[in-house]
Design a protein around this ligand. Structure first.
Ligand SMILES: Cc1ncc(COP(=O)(O)O)c(C=O)c1O
Length: 470
């Protein structure tokens, strides 16, 4: 009644679904009716012991995960390709992160974490409470989840997977490893990303009944007490759609993407290709196109403005396009031609084109060199150092801002995030290294804006005061 006309005009149909916790409509925080049934059906489809609807994205699931299973000081293992929400959860819980490197290919492009690194990390940190793997990565590369599961089971560590970009993997018919098949303890799906649920609808799945109670408590704490019915309805509808047509839709998308890739390659476009080492696999529907002359930003803009083709993200040396069931309506030949034309045009018209290397577009802290060996407070040599301050301690420690150039050796007290992909380059509590500062200086020179930082242009950075000797 009180809504402005424009809201009515734009959302009239949707507003009919914008309901609340009436008797017949159940309650997300005490589900006994329709929501309980819908969550049970989702658990059945995704092969989980229990599934929870998330009305604030995988973000709220990751935060609740750390609050539920980590006490202050508990060690958690995760990679540097983790989303910032994981670090937010760690900061809230007071846990102590241990960052594990991801592998890279010969061009410097990040793959994912190898089972060998997990094995070594758990030998060095047998007291770790939880391992979080991000699989697939933002660029569609899956880790060897079955091998990692075997290792975590041996060490009795909770095995969680951020499968935000892989909600559709179970419908590929076994082409790629996924959490349910690997037997993960907890996994998270951004259903609004690849399945088309309303933003920010997501699922949290549990593989074991004994994990239900703590996670249930924290989801009640962290999620609104007025959950969005349109979002929940979309989760149920998408579940139904996937149960009926998921395999057909995603096997067609896989084939469409495979053909599109072939056509692009025939036209001389270089793509990130399927991988054979360390159990890594590539989701063919994530198409990373290399831009060796640094034309990534220009090409993405041209594709959007002239060809009305929106890519997911771009940087100087690459762009990432995502294929899903909605592309099935388009001709792969036409799109490949448009891509190739836009690429030729961008090579001719992009005035700032310079040679660009993939390695320059990724933080060196993703990889092993940064964390090779490190002398911790006990002077013990470690390949995978735990932060000297937990993110929570660092956030609440006295701090000051210093010029970015003067920050190497100091302890960071804020998060510095590149978004997309929403991955922190620096997190509170970690020692800032010269290599990372060089990388940030280069990104700053390209006029990048940094999320999370008190100074988004990063002239200065917030560090913990004191001499911070480790
Ligand atoms: C790997 C990863 N995890 C988690 C998230 C957060 O997901 P959501 O948008 O569903 O909160 C994102 C968002 O892009 C992501 O890329």
């Amino acid at each position: 009644m009180g809504a402005p006309d424009l809201l009515h005009k734009g959302f009239n149909a949707a507003m009919r679904w914008d309901l609340t916790e009436l008797d017949s409509l159940d309650d997300l925080h005490l589900p006994r009716g329709a929501i309980k049934k819908a969550q049970e059906l989702a658990a059945l489809l995704f092969n989980a012991e229990e599934t929870f609807f998330l009305v604030n994205g995988v973000t709220v699931g990751l935060i609740s995960l750390f609050l539920a299973f980590c006490r202050p000081g508990d060690k958690v293992l995760l990679t540097r390709i983790s989303h910032k929400a994981a670090l937010h959860g760690i900061a809230l819980s007071g846990a102590r992160p241990v960052f594990l490197p991801v592998e890279k290919d010969s061009s410097g492009f990040p793959r994912n974490i190898s089972a060998a690194v997990v094995r070594q990390a758990l030998q060095e940190h047998p007291d770790a409470r939880l391992l979080l793997v991000t699989s697939p990565s933002y660029w569609g590369i899956t880790a060897d989840l079955p091998a990692i599961k075997q290792i975590t089971a041996r060490h009795g560590v909770i095995f969680a997977v951020d499968e935000a970009h892989g909600t559709h993997l179970p419908f590929y018919g076994g082409k790629l490893p996924h959490s349910a098949a690997a037997g993960a303890d907890i996994w998270l799906h951004s259903a609004h990303k690849s399945l088309g649920a309303l933003t920010p609808g997501a699922f949290l799945h549990l593989g074991k009944k004994n994990l239900v109670s703590p996670i249930k408590f924290w989801l009640q704490v962290m999620q609104t007490s007025s959950p969005s019915y349109p979002v929940m309805i979309s989760l149920d509808l998408i579940r139904r759609q996937m149960a009926l047509k998921g395999k057909v839709l995603f096997s067609r998308s896989w084939n469409w993407a495979g053909y599109f890739r072939q056509e692009l390659e025939k036209k001389g476009v270089q793509l990130l290709s399927p991988l054979k080492k360390d159990g890594f696999k590539l989701d063919l529907c994530r198409i990373t196109l290399f831009c060796p002359r640094g034309e990534g930003h220009y090409l993405a803009k041209r594709l959007a403005q002239k060809y009305r083709f929106q890519v997911e993200m771009c940087d100087n040396s690459f762009l990432l396009a995502i294929v899903g069931p909605s592309q099935l309506l388009f001709s792969a030949d036409d799109l490949a031609r448009a891509f190739s034309r836009a690429r030729r045009e961008s090579l001719v018209f992009n005035p700032g084109t310079t040679a660009s290397s993939i390695a320059m577009d990724f933080s060196p802290s993703f990889f092993r060199e940064e964390s090779k060996t490190f002398f911790h407070e006990h002077k013990k040599e470690e390949s995978f150092p735990a932060f000297c301050l937990t993110p929570r301690e660092a956030i609440y420690s006295p701090s000051l801002v210093v010029p970015l150039e003067k920050s190497p050796g100091k302890i960071c007290s804020e998060m510095v995030v590149l978004s997309p992909p929403g991955i922190p380059v620096l997190s509170p509590g970690e020692v800032i290294t010269e290599k990372v500062v060089c990388y940030l200086l280069q990104k700053r020179a390209e006029k990048t804006l940094f999320q999370g930082a008190s100074d988004p242009v990063l002239k200065t950075i917030k560090v913990v005061t004191g001499d911070n000797k480790i």
